[in-house]
Ligand binder design. Structure first.
Ligand SMILES: *Cc1c(COP(=O)(O)O)cnc(C)c1O
Length: 395
């Protein structure tokens, strides 16, 4: 089975070495040596002024909204993981969706101002697939209207923008260290902010209200990570360069083998050092995506419709039409991307997709008009069930 992602597991001896440190210290949580170690290594690797590691990547969004959004209206993107929108409601704020840019897939900054009301307190935007939002424009709008900016940077491990860590922008940024993400601690995440006072508040918010010096200064919850997870993080971090290199290699094969006549990639914003975190492709039509998905599933390959559906369709939000996000959500597919994904498998995936695009599009292009195919009505689809795993039969 080929899933969309596979968790990188370090050699078990390396994890055991970290666990031995835990056994020795007998401290299994409460920001012991391993958490402190991981924080200092990540601070250096990511080149950020501060980091607070948390139990997952959703808590930082919740804490950020709690501290900065004050139960107001939060301008946010409909094209993200459900955690982004759910956190807004969970903190008793009101999500106000603003559609996305069709090229970058990040919030459309030109539509933010018209969504601002007297109740707006914050902007919560996602750097989708590690692709930065229009940070400069958002900052201008936020300053003009006195709004806080929170970036959901769950996908952004290692991303640089204008030579700086992406996590340095906005009032605060978050990251997720979930097992499906580029860097992971099993479950985990992080809070990044520049302002000293805010940093203190974020810290005690994630630590029952206690500061580092153990003074109880305000309201907090438990957002801490354990030593066991930090040990995983330390073991994974020592392989991060080869993880990124391996993913780059996979992406290069996709880039070289996919036929982009009827497919497109997202555009990465200028001045970005991207992190190779996902391989999303946007099909010309949803029918084409569904046909590709069906054909790949038959080959035991499971790309993922991500993000789907557009979050303005959630049954617990007030629906408002988001034309671009809804359209993109229907047509975007994340292809398998992980360390050790074999070249032959990637070729199989790209062959299937290329053929499906040809079959579904060629006739209508020749005739000069559009026909909507349903996956089952595509005549040659069955012929795509090859016998040999790696050898592709000509049609
Ligand atoms: C993964 C993810 C989260 C949540 O992170 P967890 O660590 O799973 O809680 C939030 N936002 C986005 C965009 C994500 O992809």
């Amino acid at each position: 089975m080929t899933p969309v992602t596979k968790t990188f597991l370090p050699p078990i001896e390396e994890y055991t070495r970290q666990l031995k440190r835990v056994w020795k210290s007998k401290l299994i949580t409460n920001r012991g040596q391993l958490v402190l170690d991981l924080e200092s290594k990540l601070k250096e690797y990511l080149d950020v002024p501060s980091i607070i590691i948390t139990a997952n990547g959703t808590l930082p969004i919740q804490i950020g909204l709690k501290v900065l959004a004050n139960m107001g209206e939060v301008i946010t993107t409909p094209f993200s993981f459900v955690a982004t929108t759910a956190s807004v409601l969970w903190q008793n704020c009101t999500p106000v969706f603003v559609d996305i840019d069709p090229k970058f897939l990040t919030i459309d900054e030109t539509k933010i101002e018209e969504a601002i009301t007297s109740k707006t307190t914050a902007i919560l935007a996602t750097h989708v697939f590690g692709n930065p939002c229009n940070i400069e424009a958002i900052e201008l709008i936020a300053t003009k209207h006195n709004l806080k900016v929170i970036y959901d940077g769950a996908h952004c491990f290692g991303v640089k923008y204008n030579g700086n860590s992406i996590f340095k922008y906005g009032d605060m940024s978050t990251c997720s260290f979930h097992a499906t993400k580029l860097f992971h601690t099993g479950e985990g995440g992080a809070i990044f902010c520049n302002d000293e006072e805010l940093k203190l508040q974020m810290f005690y918010s994630h630590n029952f209200g206690y500061t580092k010096e153990s003074d109880l200064v305000g309201l907090g919850i438990n957002g801490k990570i354990s030593e066991l997870q930090a040990g995983m993080g330390l073991s994974v971090l020592s392989h991060i360069e080869s993880i990124i290199a391996a993913r780059k290699e996979v992406i290069k094969i996709y880039d070289d083998s996919l036929d982009f006549t009827h497919l497109r990639k997202i555009e990465i914003r200028k001045n970005t050092e991207w992190n190779n975190s996902y391989y999303p492709v946007i099909f010309e039509e949803e029918e084409m995506l569904l046909a590709a998905l069906e054909a790949l599933n038959k080959k035991d390959i499971f790309p993922r419709r991500y993000f789907y559906p557009s979050l303005n369709n959630l049954n617990y939000v007030r629906y408002s039409k988001m034309r671009v996000s809804e359209e993109i959500s229907k047509r975007i597919l994340c292809l398998p991307l992980f360390v050790n994904l074999k070249a032959k498998k990637i070729k199989l995936i790209t062959d299937v997709i290329n053929r499906i695009c040809d079959i579904t599009m060629a006739p209508q292009l020749l005739n000069g008009f559009k026909v909507n195919h349903s996956p089952s009505s595509i005549p040659a689809l069955n012929e795509l069930s090859y016998n040999g795993e790696e050898s592709v039969k000509p049609l």
